[in-house]
Design a protein around this ligand. Structure first.
Ligand code: SF4
Ligand code: SF4
Length: 358
């Protein structure tokens, strides 16, 4: 297998100490030993040595959500995401994509999205404004009503926000499904070119924001202007009086998204917004230790496991008496909503603001 020295070293340097065994949300959901960073490292290492076949490792590689909980907990300080993504590229180039994943990659190639569904109504309606709200394909197709709420909240607050389909295809779906391929980098470059014509760019999904800030930079794709996180735009509007909130008695707990908490080092902004809206509670496993609430691309090829991932997160919430989870990532919002216990709800951060407007 043709992995870079860095990726191979990351796979080989696992000490199998098993200190990260408890953190993989996929392993915790399906109870499979193979769904740990340690087992994935061992498998990739065996493929590199020629004792296992790449096709036998493929399904296990696609069971990783790239949430980085193992990276955060690894006592050796290595990052499994590096060899996992390079192995995915090898799997695609060698034509060894698992049968459950193949239709999703095929759809992505044909339609530009890993999901079935039409998002043209959104792009046709919100096509004018100086500020780009970059939502990404997951939100556009799977959580369109939240996107509409977000846009209307921004526009009521004089932001003049719009959507742009070309900018929205940041290359993230290609990256998640195929690693760094020619198509991934082309999509990223096209998105960067589309972004360049705006005065301001607000990024809705923290996973896309982290991808743009870290992966694009690593590939030498310059960001034409400063992009800001959606919750940073919201707090700015609240602080300068464009959004007027009245603090209520409602109780909210944050579903920390891994990209904000671990990759962008921001656990505070959403909590600050919650404190302005109501009473903040905390669930189990928060901040950098946060557990994944769901991944929509994976739900296309392993829906049962993704439902279990969301249900496990609800167990973390209910054990602390939390009934309303505030989400900042469309994947987690959709999957936590679909799997919410009776009497509990998952809402977006903009939905929380809207229910506490003055
Ligand atoms: S990145 Fe997340 S899903 Fe992947 S092995 Fe690590 S903990 Fe598990
Ligand atoms: S903590 Fe790090 S070194 Fe230890 S088993 Fe997990 S991935 Fe390997």
């Amino acid at each position: 297998m043709n992995l870079s020295d860095k990726a191979r070293q990351q796979a080989e340097s696992c000490r199998f100490c098993w200190m990260c065994r408890h953190v993989c949300p996929i392993g915790n959901a399906d109870g499979q030993e193979r769904n740990t960073a340690r087992a994935r490292a061992l498998m990739v290492s065996l493929v590199c040595r020629g004792t296992e076949k790449l096709e036998d490792a493929a399904s296990n590689i696609y069971e990783c959500s790239l949430c980085g909980a193992c990276t955060n907990n690894c006592k050796t300080g290595w990052d499994p995401k590096i060899f996992i993504q390079e192995t995915k590229t090898e799997i695609v180039l060698e034509g060894k994509v698992p049968e459950e994943v193949a239709p999703v990659i095929e759809r992505l190639g044909k339609t530009g999205s890993p999901f079935e569904g039409d998002d043209s109504h959104l792009y046709n309606k919100y096509n004018d404004g100086k500020t780009l709200l970059l939502i990404g394909k997951n939100a556009a197709i799977k959580d369109a009503s939240s996107v509409v709420e977000a846009l209307e909240l921004l526009n009521k607050s004089c932001v003049d926000a719009r959507l742009d389909e070309r900018a929205d295809d940041t290359g993230y779906a290609y990256y998640f499904l195929c690693g760094k391929t020619k198509e991934t980098v082309e999509k990223a470059k096209e998105s960067a070119a589309a972004i360049a014509k705006y005065e301001k760019v607000i990024v809705y999904n923290p996973v896309e924001l982290s991808f743009i800030l870290h992966q694009w930079r690593e590939w030498g794709i310059e960001l034409p202007l400063k992009v800001i996180a959606f919750h940073d735009a919201l707090i700015e509007l609240i602080e300068n009086g464009k959004i007027a909130i009245e603090k209520s008695e409602r109780r909210y707990a944050l579903q920390d998204n891994y990209a904000y908490a671990r990759e962008l080092d921001d656990e505070k902004t959403a909590r600050k917004i919650i404190d302005l809206c109501g009473k903040r509670e905390e669930m189990l496993l928060i901040g950098k230790e946060a557990n994944l609430g769901g991944n929509l691309i994976m739900a296309e090829y392993m829906p049962k496991t993704m439902a279990l991932v969301a249900k496990n997160r609800w167990v973390n919430a209910e054990n602390m008496g939390c009934k309303t989870l505030v989400c900042e990532n469309p994947d987690e919002h959709v999957l936590l909503s679909e799997n919410a216990p009776i009497g509990c709800r998952a809402i977006t951060i903009e939905e929380m603001i809207l229910e506490n407007l003055k």
